[in-house]
Design a protein around this ligand. Structure first.
Ligand code: THU
Length: 159
């Protein structure tokens, strides 16, 4: 038997340390978050992706009375970018969440299904996607690739 270690890392930022383009992406994600349709969870998520030509695409979570029919902000953002700009690469993704029941001051990471969907795009475009995520306030966490959030990814090479 041998132990296989898979190291991952996250970088933590204060808002005043964010690069200019990430601040812009954060603002866009916050605007999108406020338009989320989340009447059931009251947990609003906004996502903003930046493409390789600096186009920004935003989305938010969309819920449904039949709960599983809803969808997360991140997947809508990434799929919308894929649908509208199939030849452009997604280079950055910013995620922010706000709850009506508590102040979210810890970074809120993308759920497992969203990680898998984002991973598909890293594989498709042969380029890493920077993931930036936060709650409503507080620290912002950054990973230069989705791989830090989903190290043992299942992708097309496994089929
Ligand atoms: N949600 C997202 O939009 N992204 C995530 O990564 C986690 C969860 C949404 C789905 C649902 O509308 C609400 O947050 C509560 O789970």
């Amino acid at each position: 038997m041998k132990t296989i270690r898979i190291p991952v890392f996250i970088e933590e930022f204060d808002v005043n340390e964010l690069p200019e383009d990430i601040l812009r992406l954060k603002e866009e994600a916050e605007k999108a978050r406020e338009n989320a349709y989340a009447p059931y969870s009251k947990f609003k998520v906004g996502a903003a992706v930046m493409l390789d030509d600096e186009t920004i695409v935003t989305a938010n979570n969309q819920e449904n009375a039949a709960y599983p029919s809803g969808m997360c902000a991140e997947r809508i953002a990434v799929w919308y970018a894929g649908a509208q700009y199939p030849d452009k690469k997604i280079i950055k993704l910013f995620i922010t969440a706000r709850s009506s029941s508590q102040t979210l001051n810890k970074p809120v990471p993308p759920c497992g299904a969203c990680r898998q969907s984002i991973a598909e795009y890293e594989v498709k475009q042969h380029q890493d996607i920077e993931i930036w995520f936060m709650g409503e306030t507080g620290k912002i966490w950054h990973s230069p690739s989705l791989k830090n959030l989903l190290p043992l990814v299942f992708d097309g090479s496994d089929l």
